[in-house]
Ligand binder design. Sequence first.
Ligand code: CTP
Length: 404
Amino acid sequence: MNPIAGKNIVLGVTGSIAAYKAADLASKIHQAGGIINVVLTPSACQFITPITFQSVTGRKAYVDADLWGGESHVAHIGLGHNADLLVIAPASANTIAKLAHGIADNLLTVTALAAGCPVLLAPAMDGDMYLHPATQANLEILRLRGVEIIGPGEGHLASGLIGKGRMVEPAEILGQIRWMLSQRGPLHGCKVVVTAGGTQEPIDPVRFITNRSSGKQGYALAQSALDLGAKVTLITGPTALAAPHGVCQVDISSAEEMLRAVLAETADADALLMAAAVADFRPVNVSHQKIKKSSRINSISLEPTVDILAAVAGQRVQTGYPRRVVGFAAETQSLLENARAKLNAKKLDLIVANDVSAPDAGFEVDTNRVTLLHPDGRVQPLALASKNEVADAILQIVVEWLQV
Ligand code: CTP
């Protein structure tokens, strides 16, 4: 369901030292399954050669000679008309000015005029050039025309100065491309809330109780929902993972914080996917000072946390939102019986039963072996699959629910 696969993407490269990073971006788009046509401006060819792009994409890279050469007058029309997305990275101040004013004096700017598809620019230039009123005015013209602009970031510039003007990193541009190409997906206009990771229940300022959840399945669900065009809020406990591009991230730590975030975010949500491993117990007393070794503490009293899905079920009765709820059951024994009991008790539309004692499923690993249980008694076992594939299968069910 990766929205880049099979899409026609024109990557324009202009004259900036960041052109070397464009080769990495071209490679990443190619690896994601995009059909990529690179167009270099004459200035870009001062920094990098077409052969570099041909090597990483396996396709011809276009230069101005192609405008007047073999394919002559049709090259730019073909490139522009067939594109699903035009990305210009790096976009120099000069090319930004030309695009703003419709100037078409090289293959890339002619292609841009012929293209009816969405456009993404990743500006790269010296800080003063970026801040110049002319550049700012040109960017504003393009923004008002619906062009997406990513960055520039702050940091060391080729001039030796530190400031705003660095092209954002290829991985982030790739995330934005993925997000832009998903916008016409079947969940466009739907809000999906995903919870992920484990919660942390404090004992004192330096210690807490937590669990082995890595957050991987929740983050994969968020990415799948984004790929289908949904507006996604990811409520997450602390993890080592990077949030998928385009997600609205809400960081929480304790079960209590997650409860408040879930109730607030699902008040207008179409679906809640509750993949988080919420702590079931928390210390009754939280010490405000670090508990010293000399205190010889030998037990910690615990009390239950609120069951978030039970609270969501209460909210649903009152307001009807979230419209659909998916729960997850982490079990080490009697998988299906325990999962079905949770499906009923928590009033879910689907539960994903997960044997976390298996070495290739559950916490920390990249694969999962789950069984989907429906309220009507249907039992749908899925083969061992990556967490991304499991996420895609769950989101297919969400699409069926929300499209009727
Ligand atoms: N869950 C929740 N609030 C809690 C604990 C769990 O909303 N305080 C949610 C989880 O996010 C998951 C589902 O309930 O979607 C089942 O979680 P699980 O840990 O498998 O079950 P528990 O309800 O905690 O029951 P038990 O620990 O006894 O298995």
